[in-house]
Design a binder for this molecule. Structure first.
Ligand code: ZN
Length: 129
């Protein structure tokens, strides 16, 4: 039985988005565990919320504070979100190694050191991963 995402500390997800925002990045997106997380725009209806979609673009719900409001999320989606929340850096590295794409900017990882790290050096710094 997979526990509900509500019981998981989701603040590491907010923390990395805050850090990336403070670093001056726009259009924030983070990919891992088959999910894509994007930050709601400050003037949207959900400022500060983080939207969760599957990599194929299907919208699952949003992270608001400590709650994941998942409209159509399956247990597997919730579990994936928990894996990300428990260690966003590790999830990013796993994603990068598997896809050879940076978890944050989506660019191809070509530098051997970046491939080994599973994340580009600039994104790693800006996102605090
Ligand atoms: Zn990157």
């Amino acid at each position: 039985m997979i526990p509900h995402a509500q019981n998981v500390d989701l603040s590491p997800i907010h923390a990395m988005f805050s850090k990336a925002q403070e670093a001056g990045l726009k259009k924030l997106a983070y990919r891992a565990e088959g999910l894509v997380l994007t930050l709601a725009k400050p003037h949207s209806t959900n400022p500060g919320a983080i939207y969760v979609t599957r990599k194929n673009g299907i919208y699952l719900g949003k992270v608001v504070g400590q709650q994941f409001v998942g409209y159509s999320a399956t247990d597997a989606d919730r579990a994936a979100l928990q894996v990300i929340a428990s260690d966003p850096a590790e999830a990013a590295t796993r994603y990068g190694k598997m896809t050879r794409e940076c978890s944050c900017c989506g660019r191809e990882l070509s530098d051997p050191a970046s491939v080994a790290a599973g994340i580009g050096p600039i994104c790693a710094t800006k996102w605090g991963l």
